[in-house]
Design a binder for this molecule. Structure first.
Ligand code: HEM
Length: 222
């Protein structure tokens, strides 16, 4: 077995299985540790900028990957989104949200390492999580700015071939090395995520959009 098969056939299945089973297992078996392990109580001033920048960047980047890589181009063409328009949208949004996520992740990492109280309460797992997240984002942002490659005919069909259980590693044989490193680092992050605070990615606070902002009980005169 060559390196491409190991990295782009075997590793994706190990990583995706660990991701799916791991998150489901943690949800069922470990509900009292299902949280984002907020460090707001230790330091707030830097967190409020870093975390907001990071989360806007990463959530929209996630949605962009989902729409851009998993939805087949034939469906998008039926909605009048041609491959050229698709690539343009992917590039511009990737640059904007990738940069937001990168700056946010850099600030979060700097905060964790430079704030003594936050650092003292950071486990090796916290640092590894943030470091791996920052690495994946840095490689992805580098690619979108400097190493353009036609992902619609390479990476996108390869990902769909993995999900359809009919892997074609040959599809990404010619993509630049930095794309391959981004993919392998992202797969490592997916596989590691159930063992970290990243379980909180499922807890999107949708009800917050619809509930009344503050619930006060009216004070009645005696
Ligand atoms: C809509 C979905 C999400 C929500 C509601 C959310 C919410 C939160 C909250 C409340 C925190 C704690 C911040 C604090 O310390 O007070 C946090 C931290 C964190 N989140 Fe998310 N998150 C979401 C999605 C994601 C995604 C997709 C990722 C990346 C893959 C991510 C990565 C992180 C990381 C690495 C931290 C730790 C930051 C630090 O070093 O303190 N989050 N998130």
């Amino acid at each position: 077995m060559n390196w491409d098969n190991l990295a782009f056939v075997v590793f994706p299945y190990i990583s995706l299985t660990t991701f799916t089973v791991g998150h489901a297992y943690r949800y069922v078996a470990d509900p009292f540790h299902w949280n984002s392990k907020s460090s707001e109580i230790l330091e707030k001033d830097r967190l409020k900028y870093a975390s907001v920048l990071f989360h806007y960047g990463i959530v929209f980047t996630f949605l962009g990957h989902f729409a851009g890589l998993l939805v087949p181009q034939s469906f998008l063409t039926s909605l009048s989104i041609t491959p050229a328009i698709h690539m343009r949208i992917a590039l511009v949004s990737g640059m904007l949200f990738g940069l937001l996520a990168l700056v946010g992740a850099g600030l979060l990492l700097w905060r964790r390492l430079s704030q003594p109280r936050v650092f003292r309460h950071s486990s090796a797992n916290d640092l590894a999580t943030l470091g791996l997240v920052a690495l994946v984002i840095a490689l992805g942002t580098y690619n979108v700015f400097f190493a353009h490659c036609d992902v619609l005919d390479t990476v996108a069909p390869w990902i769909r071939s993995i999900l359809l259980l009919s892997p074609h590693p040959g599809l990404i044989a010619t993509v630049p090395l930095t794309y391959k490193l981004h993919i392998v680092a992202a797969l490592a992050l997916l596989g590691f995520s159930p063992f970290s605070r990243l379980i909180h990615i499922w807890s999107v606070p949708v009800p917050y959009l619809f509930r009344s902002p503050v619930v006060f009980r009216q004070r009645r005169a005696r």
